[in-house]
Design a protein around this ligand. Structure first.
Ligand code: TYD
Length: 216
């Protein structure tokens, strides 16, 4: 939890195609209607350094080895925490962040199998610089359904990133990993059924936020 009572750090997690970005925007708008001062951000790519890292990681022009990929996501996070997230929390804002450490656990540690031979969790904590989410929404969607949504987005002209193009098995490992992370941290992470309609998904999220409004 951040050091000011009025602030709150909320992260949105899930596989590609789960609809996180839409739900983050809708949640931000609902919170603003309740009088909350909200700051929306995402990883990777929300600082000047982060924009370069995002390009290196996702454009497909480079193929970082799994170890390098992990270190670049962590570098993006550390820069983002110090430059953006911590200052916003210190200013009393509610920070809504599209992806955070759980994504690294799911994509790099689990799906890339980096955690098989090493305990990398201390590195994850190091990159967070003490900034851990108060609440996390895992937008859960079966991998096959997500793949159909991703194909549709591509047909509509949205460019797929290097990670979007990973195999179905890779995305299945990501999904499995989010499921086990959610079991590990049941207090912090709320599973949301992302296969429901956009309005129903937002409603599920709001149900968890209502009690938090007592903070402000
Ligand atoms: P983005 O275009 O932001 O996709 P999405 O809308 O699905 O979030 O791409 C971010 C990609 O980076 C996504 O495929 C997940 C991946 N990622 C990691 O592999 N590890 C991480 O730590 C983070 C933050 C993201």
């Amino acid at each position: 939890m951040s050091d000011q009572k009025t602030s709150c750090f909320i992260t949105f997690e899930g596989g590609d195609g789960a609809g996180k970005s839409t739900q983050l925007e809708r949640t931000a708008s609902w919170l603003r209607d309740q009088g909350v001062s909200v700051f929306e951000t995402r990883q990777p790519g929300s600082t000047k350094l982060g924009q370069e890292l995002r390009y290196l990681l996702l454009s497909g022009d480079y193929t970082p080895v799994p170890e390098a990929e992990l270190l670049m996501f962590l570098a993006d996070r550390a820069q983002h925490v110090r430059d953006v997230i911590q200052p916003a929390l210190n200013a009393g804002k509610w920070v809504l962040c599209d992806r955070y450490t759980d994504s690294t656990m799911a994509y790099q540690l689990a799906a890339r199998k980096l955690s098989m031979n090493a305990d990398l969790e201390p590195m994850l904590r190091f990159a967070e610089i003490g900034c851990q989410p108060d609440l996390t929404f895992w937008l859960s969607l079966p991998t096959e359904v997500a793949a159909i949504r991703m194909r549709k987005r591509e047909e509509e002209g949205e460019e797929a990133t290097r990670l979007d193009k990973e195999s179905l098995e890779f995305h299945q490992r990501v999904h499995q990993a989010f499921a086990s992370i959610t079991q590990r941290f049941p207090e912090r992470i709320k599973k949301i059924d992302a296969s429901a309609s956009v309005d129903t998904v937002t409603q599920q999220i709001i149900t968890h936020l209502d009690p938090l409004l007592l903070w402000i």
